[in-house]
Design a protein around this ligand. Sequence first.
Ligand SMILES: NC(=O)c1ccc[n+]([C@@H]2O[C@H](COP(=O)([O-])OP(=O)(O)OC[C@H]3O[C@@H](n4cnc5c(N)ncnc54)[C@H](OP(=O)(O)O)[C@@H]3O)[C@@H](O)[C@H]2O)c1
Length: 253
Amino acid sequence: MTPTPDLSGRIALVTGASRGIGYFVARRLASAGAHVIAVARTVGGLEELDDEIKSERRKSGKGEATLVPLDITDMAGLDRLGGAINDRWGKLDMLVINAAVLGVISPIGHVEAKTFEKVMTVNVTSTWRLIRSVDPLLRLSDAGRAAIVTSSLANAPRAFWAPYAASKAAAEALMRSWAEETVNMPLRVNAFDPGRTRTAMRAQAMPGENPETVPHPSETAAHIMPLVDPKLTETGKIYQAKTQRFLSYRLPE
Ligand SMILES: NC(=O)c1ccc[n+]([C@@H]2O[C@H](COP(=O)([O-])OP(=O)(O)OC[C@H]3O[C@@H](n4cnc5c(N)ncnc54)[C@H](OP(=O)(O)O)[C@@H]3O)[C@@H](O)[C@H]2O)c1
């Protein structure tokens, strides 16, 4: 595993920080010294995160959190969040777009319209809206780093996973376009494929699975580090936690 970069004095925004992978990503970034802006709807989960970060800070002197209870489908709220970060810090160093929903595992023709729309709103439209809100702030960082959490299903969809797979493919397309636009800047933009991880989403998708056979989110979260490292050079790629490698997309013919 890559050595932990020193993120002291750097500002990170993590969505879906109330539980699962996002919670442990937020803790990881804070333990490396970052000030984490933690976004989710569940205040209890955010407060638990804050308690952990404060307790770690008492020992190491590192890490801080600002809690932002927000539904990421509140598009105007995402716009305001960018404005608030600008007012307070005048830049953003790291963005981890992690919050997402699974929707339903079902034959494509049985998916209800409201379920499909919800998956697309949370996983795609909010991703675009948040990118739009903070892109100028990431460009103001000396080493802006963005990671959009994806799934192998984006490039290898399976039966019954259509809405989720389509949403992850769309989010990756946003990532790749953004990476192309910023290729000559310090900003680096990649996708993070966490692989199967023991979370509420995994339990919803695989109710029959023994959770003990699936990696804990604290293990998965450790693999985010290469993507936020100020020394990172890669952009427009997928970093796969399982192999700890960057995967390139096939070039167009
Ligand atoms: N677990 C896996 O095996 C696996 C595999 C591949 C990819 N992934 C990806 O990894 C990421 C994290 O998933 P997870 O497994 O950790 O899921 P999870 O445990 O269900 O956590 C999802 C997080 O997203 C937040 N969220 C959902 N809807 C939101 C909304 N409308 N507004 C704000 N926050 C919202 C939740 O917070 P609140 O409910 O508090 O708002 C929660 O913090 C996702 O992008 C997922 O697609 C997971």
